[in-house]
Design a protein around this ligand. Structure first.
Ligand SMILES: [Zn+2]
Length: 72
């Protein structure tokens, strides 16, 4: 078995969109970053999830508690 084992998590940024609302800290614009996360256990891709991350475009804070007001 000479193949490299990859264990861990891969994340790929799919795109950034402008989200409605404003930053609770500085009132700046909010950007929603679409991230594709893939958990890889050795050779087996375990799961693939898409999620959104919100961050402020003005102060660059991660808005972890930003309400999920954007629905597809
Ligand atoms: Zn801000």
């Amino acid at each position: 078995m000479a193949a490299a084992m990859i264990c861990g998590k891969e994340e790929k940024v799919l795109g950034v969109q402008k989200a409605p609302g404003s930053c609770p800290y500085c009132g700046g614009g909010v950007a929603a970053t679409e991230v594709e996360a893939k958990w890889v256990l050795c050779f087996l891709p375990l799961c693939l999830t898409n999620k959104r991350r919100f961050s402020c475009t003005a102060c660059s804070r991660r808005l972890v508690s930003y309400p999920a007001i954007v629905h597809d």
